[in-house]
Ligand binder design. Structure first.
Ligand code: SF4
Length: 380
């Protein structure tokens, strides 16, 4: 049964050079039709897969705050009507771009009960932001955070990026220090991935993307982990750091391999043991819903083997690791009986630790996470 809701708002005011999410320049897009379609999809999903207890709602994108005030109010109203969240318990996050978030929109979010903002900062050097084709500058971030705090939005998360073209260790250190200085309770940091169909992909192919290289990237990650620890943030997942009580409930739904609604063009969801993704193009998404169809691009019913694999490779992203007791409760078989060879090999390479309660990454394993996770894929 679904524990969380992800809603995709695929509109942006400008397209970043590294981004391969499903997004479209907002100008001239059928936003109102999109919201109608989204409302219908939500009703249908709830009817076919009723929920009992939703712990988190996450509105991402795209840039949800690129909607105008009326559209933003409408979208939040749809969420309220559909899920009627108990806002004293439910984590309700909206992704916000510092450049497009003005006082009016922040007031609307607060009034609708949104209690957490995830802010795409990425870096604090204006030249670097420009090179990424971000719309905001570092001064916007500071202004936005102050305004959000004035509205009583205290649960703020900042996203940073490392391994960016032209980024030096000093630049990243400066970004981390500036993020810490803002005193927000949650910070995430991801390394740049070069994805197909992005400007950076084309530049890399033509040899015009000065990436820092693996060693420097590892130095950046190491600096991040140390600085977060020194400043009272717990690394509760490979890329996520929070003050006590501020771990993202929504992200934990993904890593705990729990089910969630995915709503909107290109959104991924997991319901009744089916992983699915919606179609990406807006006209396609809107048309399918108008025709009374679910807007599915693909859907896979997971076998028990696949669910066990996911339990481990998603769960290992958490620093607490994968609980052996939970694994047994979910699958009626011991973790070691399924993955004995993989566990033995990874313990020997000092990439994971296996105790009577759990398996989890070692410090070395945190740096080589992808190598570890892929070991658990491909049960016959
Ligand atoms: S604002 Fe976000 S979704 Fe939009 S292009 Fe940039 S990274 Fe992608």
């Amino acid at each position: 049964m679904a524990k969380a809701v992800y809603i995709h708002i695929p509109f942006c005011e400008q397209i970043c050079h590294y981004c391969d999410f499903n997004k479209f320049l907002i100008e001239g897009q059928p936003v109102d039709d999109y919201l109608n379609a989204m409302e219908n999809e939500t009703k249908r999903l709830i009817k076919e897969h009723p929920f009992e207890n939703i712990t988190s709602i996450y509105i991402g994108g795209g840039t949800p705050t690129a909607l105008n005030e009326k559209q933003l109010e409408r979208m939040l109203h749809i969420v309220q009507q559909s899920f009627q969240p108990d806002l004293s318990k439910v984590e309700y996050t909206v992704e916000a771009n510092p450049a497009v978030t003005d006082r009016g929109k922040l007031g609307i979010l607060k009034k609708a009960g949104v209690n957490r903002l995830s802010i795409g900062v990425q870096a604090f050097q204006d030249d670097l932001l420009k090179a990424l084709n971000r719309t905001h500058r570092s001064a916007d971030v500071i202004k936005m955070i102050e305004t959000a705090q004035q509205y009583g939005l205290e649960d703020l998360s900042i996203d940073l990026m490392f391994g960016l073209p032209g980024q030096t260790l000093e630049m990243f250190q400066d970004s981390v220090q500036k993020a810490l200085h803002l005193n927000v309770p949650h910070i995430s940091a991801y390394s740049l991935q070069i994805e197909k169909q992005t400007v950076f992909f084309n530049r890399q192919r033509s040899g015009k993307l000065p990436l820092p290289g693996e060693d420097l990237e590892a130095d950046m990650f190491e600096y991040l982990i140390k600085s977060m620890k020194l400043n009272g943030y717990t690394q509760y997942e490979v890329s996520n750091f929070g003050r006590e009580g501020y771990e993202s409930k929504h992200n934990l739904v993904y890593w705990n391999n729990d089910e969630y609604y995915g709503i909107g063009a290109g959104a991924h969801g997991y319901l009744s043991q089916n992983r699915y993704q919606n179609v990406k193009p807006l006209p396609h998404y809107i048309r399918k819903i108008k025709n009374g169809e679910l807007p599915l691009r693909e859907q896979t019913h997971l076998t028990k083997d696949e669910r066990m694999e996911e339990e481990v490779f998603l769960g290992l992203r958490k620093m607490e690791g994968v609980s052996k007791e939970t694994f047994y409760r979910k699958f009626s078989i011991e973790l070691e009986d399924v993955f004995s060879e993989q566990i033995r090999k990874l313990v020997q390479r000092e990439l994971i630790i296996s105790t009577s309660e759990s398996i989890r990454l070692t410090e070395r394993g945190t740096f080589l996470g992808n190598e570890v996770f892929q070991e658990f894929i491909g049960l016959d």
